[in-house]
Design a protein. Structure first.
Length: 392
């Protein structure tokens, strides 16, 4: 029998702020965290708008790679917010997620770091992120490292939810981090045609009614580290929201593109909607990267999943940038924190709604008990994941 599972604490560091309180203020004010990189990566990407952490402090450390350092610091903050005792921490299960891991260490571009050479091998392992959190926090429950592209964070969350809900794990810590502002990585995305080439930060702007200079052309990257705690209903912790469903599927179609029929998006979202009271769904947070393929294919699939019901969309990547494998968990953490404070955010002002007829959420919403938000993520290679969050 599956038990009710709650999100009891979240912490984030992203373009909106280095702590959750800063992020919530930015969401309330509908502020965008993206700015041109300027000379941060050299002149090649000077005009690219991106979500850069306001400080390098979260990623600093000599033993681990930059992404691992950020994961450790955010995990420590999250378990402190949750009020976990050392015994709670020791018995927790850990799920970590990242699409590109310690990319700066693997490419040799983090020249600002002065790492210990002894750890050169571990710094280039994705799994160092999970291992570092386990070691530094003293977690003795099992850990798993998930690297499923842009759906990594949602998949890690879903697997943690299943372990806690079925009684296997007493509680779970979920972390996700990606630091994509690495020249070699950005060149790969540019060469593949996924990186924004015209500076349009408007993920659904496409179609005959949109002029070419205003049409979305790709995503804008963002750095992010996220940590979140899950516990069963009777844990007696703070209650931000209930995680009531996780589901995933695959398109089995292409290494890069979503098929014209939307692939598994419709089925994934439909399952999440019908996992609870369908009438209580108040928002849908799409993947909405800004690539032209996503702009054309994702909205019609969402519309079919909604069966024409007027559930507005809340795209968050225009506000934070695309944090790759951390993006799904970042969106969940932001939404959960807002739910815990009794409201839900509005989309960034000035965004174009999808041409298929779906609307964007254009005002802060007051949350009532049972109100639900569906979050979708899609990974390169056609892996889709969706979760359902409910207000408590």
């Amino acid at each position: 029998m599956m038990e009710s599972v709650l999100v009891t604490a979240v912490e984030t560091a992203c373009a909106l702020g280095l702590q959750m309180e800063e992020c919530l203020s930015a969401l309330r004010e509908r502020r965008c965290g993206l700015t041109p990189l300027g000379g941060a990566l050299g002149g090649e990407f000077a005009l690219l708008s991106a979500g850069r952490l306001a400080s390098r402090e979260p990623v600093k450390g000599r033993r681990y790679g930059a992404a691992s350092n950020a994961a450790v610091k955010l995990a420590c903050s999250a378990v402190t917010r949750a009020g976990w005792t050392p015994q709670d921490v020791a018995g927790a299960w850990l799920y970590a997620a990242s699409s590109r891991g310690n990319a700066g260490e693997m490419t040799g571009t983090n020249t600002w770091r002065r790492p210990l050479r002894k750890f050169s091998a571990s710094n280039t392992m994705h799994s160092e992120i999970a291992a570092a959190v386990s070691i530094e926090l003293g977690i003795r429950g099992p850990w798993q490292m998930i690297s499923n592209g842009c759906s990594s964070g949602l998949d890690a969350l879903g697997m943690a939810w299943m372990a806690v809900a079925c009684g296997q794990a007493p509680r779970a810590l979920v972390v996700a981090v990606d630091l994509p502002l690495v020249p070699e990585l950005l060149r790969d995305f540019r060469d593949t045609g996924l990186l924004s080439g015209n500076g349009v930060n408007d993920p659904f702007a496409c179609g005959e009614a949109i002029s070419p200079e205003r049409t979305t052309s790709g995503f804008m990257p963002g750095e992010a580290a996220v940590a979140l705690t899950l516990e069963r209903e009777g844990a007696g912790r703070p209650k931000l929201c209930r995680l009531e469903h996780y589901g995933a599927n695959s398109d089995a179609y292409d290494a890069l593109m979503i098929p014209e029929d939307g692939g598994g998006i419709e089925a994934c979202v439909r399952a999440a909607l019908h996992a609870g009271d369908r009438s209580k769904a108040v928002l849908l947070c799409p993947h909405a990267t800004g690539t032209l393929n996503h702009a054309r294919v994702e909205p019609p699939a969402l519309l079919r999943a909604l069966d024409g019901a007027p559930v507005p969309l809340l795209p968050l990547k225009p506000t934070t940038g695309h944090a790759l494998g951390a993006s799904g968990l970042l969106d969940v953490a932001l939404i959960a924190a807002c739910m815990g404070n009794g409201w839900l955010p509005a989309a960034l002002p000035g965004l174009t709604p999808p041409s298929c007829g779906l609307s964007l959420n254009d005002e802060l919403l007051k949350v009532s008990s049972g109100d639900r938000v569906i979050k979708l993520g899609s990974g390169m290679g056609g892996h889709n994941a969706a979760v359902s969050l409910a207000a408590v």
